[in-house]
Every structure is written in structure tokens, then in C-alpha cells.
Design a protein around this ligand. Structure first.
Ligand code: AHG
Ligand code: MN
Ligand code: MN
Length: 341
């Protein structure tokens, strides 16, 4: 038999999830099912995105979300798709979504999991054929099963995540996730309708030469960030900024780099949301050997007090994140000295 005529297609996401489950003797399979539910919704959203120019799904939906942001039609579609998949799956009792003011009770009160999700990340890039994404985190509920999930279940800090991931709808569509045992990436094969393992055991370089930051807000950045950006320029680093967090993060994860979204005059606490943007990617970054900070400390240790809480975010290669923190510390020290004088 000449095997070279028909090379194997590789490991599907489903098979990979199943194999991983077998590594845990007491696993019930619920988390595996939940990850499969997310993958199914991702395939559907991917289809909608790919047809975006052909059917009437681009443009504004005509409403704002709780954060005062203009919702795009695809934001709303992705939100419906993911919530429906999670509700139908039955493992999730409660969902936190960027597009919904309040927590969503799925009616599956026996479900043991909480999901926080940004159904579509990078809204401003939808209509212009630039990469967009989905970001999610999974937590185990703290409250007794049998009742609706509680606010306390939803406001757990990032160290309690049991899984997190993202989908990047780009030049190819990829799903990347972690359950706390490393990071694995899968590429979508549209003709077969399956995600295949393409990036096993992803690790991020310790350092890099890419910095990603919307410097439009520069004038109101904290001094430490301004100084770090000067350092990047003096060092000859490349500036790369797509404006879709998922896509910027994904590139830097593979190539090495740092993504920075600091506090600005417009967003004094930072723009990105702690529960379904910062924590999710922080878990992946750490599992890949990188770091995530708010400029002063570890993202995943921030105690959330609100569903749609915002945070500054510095994420990527470990040595670069450390460097940003050093610059932040130095600028605070310098400011203290001036005040003391
Ligand atoms: P979302 O589309 O989910 O609201 O997220 C947008 C976020 C993030 O994807 C991106 O990195 C950032 O906003 C871009 O903000 P600026 O336009 O201020 O650079
Ligand atoms: Mn987002
Ligand atoms: Mn979004």
C-alpha cells in the first residue's frame, strides 16, 4: 500500500478533547462536551463571517450594549449563536456576555459551569475584512447545583479558570485553548467542517521585538507606558496593531511581543474587560510561558467586583511584560520623589 498517496488528515479537535479527557480518571466528560459546544458555535459564526459581504450581516445593529458601545449585527449574531449552543449543551448554568447587561441563566440549573464570553472581538474590523475573534473563559460554579448560578459564581478571579480559549477568524480560522495543561491550537478545515490540531503545545518566546498598542491615546497614557514606548522605538522594535485583541494577541503569542492597552483619558480604568478578555487571554499567555499584568500586578489575581469591569492590560512575552512593569514602577518612584521634594 502506498500511504503517501493519501496522507492522514490529522487529529480532530473532538478526538483530541476525548483523548485529553482519558488522562483524567474521574473526568465526567462535561467539560469536553462544553468545549465541543463552543467549537460548534465557532463553526457557525465562522460561516456567518465568511458570508458577511454577501448577506445583510455587516454594519450597525442600531443599538448600544451596556458599555455604551455601538453593537454591530455580527456582534448580535455571534452572541445568539454562542448562547444557544451553551444553552443546548446543558453543562453551563450561567453565562456572562459582553453583549448582555446582566448574567444569563440558561435554565440548566444542574450545569456545573460558568462561561464568560466576548462573542465577537474586534467589532471595528468586521466590515473591512480584517481578522476578528471570540474569547471565552470557563469556571466551575461555587454555588450548589440545582439552583441558578449566582453573582459570586461569576465574579471569581482568573486563577479559578478551568479552561479558556479564543477563536481567531483570520486568513485561516483557528481555535486555541487551554485547560491548564499547556496550550493547543487547531486550524479549521472548511471542506471537512473540522478543526485539526495544527499547533500542539504552543509556547511563546521569552522575549520579542513587536509592541502592539493604539498610540492614538498616547497623550493621556501613564508616564511609565510612554517611557516604555520610547524604549521600544529606541530599541528598533516593530509596531504592529490590528485593533482586534485576539488577532494582536495571537500574532504576538507565536512571534513574541507585547500587547499594551493602558488607562487613557477616554477609558481611565483601561478599555478591555477583565472577565472575558483579559483573564481568558492571561490564562493562555501564562500557560504558554508568557505573562499578563495590569501594569502593576498579575491580571489573574484581580478580584472582580463587576461583570463588565475594565482593566489595563499588558500581555505577551514574559520578559517584555516584566520590562513594562519596571518602567511603570520607575515612573511612580520618580513621581513620589518629585512630590516629596
Ligand atoms: P470588542 O470589539 O469586543 O468591543 O473589543 C474591541 C477591543 C479589542 O478587540 C481591541 O484590541 C480594542 O478594543 C481596540 O480598541 P481601540 O480601537 O481603542 O484601539
Ligand atoms: Mn473584545
Ligand atoms: Mn466583542
Amino acid at each position: 500500500m502506498n500511504d503517501k498517496l493519501a496522507l492522514p488528515v490529522g487529529t480532530t479537535l473532538d478526538r483530541f478533547i476525548m483523548r485529553k479527557q482519558e488522562d483524567f480518571p474521574f473526568a465526567t466528560g462535561e467539560l469536553s462536551q462544553l468545549l465541543r459546544d463552543i467549537a460548534l458555535a465557532a463553526k457557525i459564526v465562522n460561516r456567518e463571517i465568511n458570508r458577511a459581504g454577501l448577506i445583510d450581516v455587516t454594519g450597525a445593529y442600531g443599538q448600544q450594549n451596556v458599555q455604551g458601545e455601538e453593537q454591530q449585527k455580527l456582534d448580535v449574531i455571534a452572541n445568539i449563536r454562542f448562547i444557544r449552543a451553551l444553552r443546548n449543551g446543558g453543562e453551563v448554568c450561567t453565562i456572562i456576555s459582553e453583549e448582555e447587561d446582566e448574567i444569563i441563566h440558561t435554565g440548566n440549573n444542574k450545569g456545573r459551569y460558568i462561561v464568560a464570553i466576548d462573542p465577537l472581538d474586534g467589532s471595528s474590523n468586521i466590515d473591512v475584512n480584517v481578522s476578528i475573534g471570540t474569547i471565552f473563559s470557563i469556571y466551575r460554579r461555587l454555588s450548589e447545583s440545582g439552583e441558578e448560578g449566582t453573582m459570586e459564581d461569576c465574579l471569581q478571579n482568573g486563577t479559578h479558570q478551568i479552561a479558556a480559549g479564543y477563536i481567531v477568524y483570520g486568513s485561516s480560522t483557528m481555535l486555541v485553548y487551554t485547560t491548564g495543561h499547556g496550550v493547543n491550537g487547531f486550524t479549521y478545515e472548511p471542506s471537512l467542517g473540522e478543526f485539526f490540531l495544527s499547533h500542539p503545545n504552543m509556547t511563546t518566546p521569552k522575549t520579542g521585538t513587536i509592541y502592539s498598542c493604539n498610540e492614538g491615546g498616547y497623550n493621556s497614557f501613564p508616564e511609565g507606558i510612554k517611557n516604555y514606548l520610547s524604549f521600544c522605538k529606541e530599541s528598533g522594535y516593530s509596531g504592529r496593531y490590528i485593533g482586534s485583541l485576539v488577532a494582536d494577541f495571537h500574532r504576538n503569542l507565536i512571534k513574541g511581543g507585547v500587547y499594551i492597552y493602558p488607562a487613557t483619558a477616554k477609558s481611565p480604568k483601561g478599555k478591555l474587560r477583565l472577565l472575558y478578555e483579559c483573564n481568558s487571554l492571561a490564562f493562555i499567555a501564562e500557560q504558554a510561558g508568557g505573562k499578563a499584568s495590569d501594569g502593576t500586578g498579575r491580571i489573574m489575581e484581580i478580584e472582580p467586583t463587576e461583570l463588565h469591569q475594565r482593566s489595563s492590560l499588558v500581555i505577551g512575552s514574559a520578559e517584555m511584560v516584566d520590562k513594562v512593569e519596571e518602567f511603570m514602577k520607575a515612573s511612580v518612584k520618580a513621581a513620589d520623589t518629585v512630590t516629596a521634594n
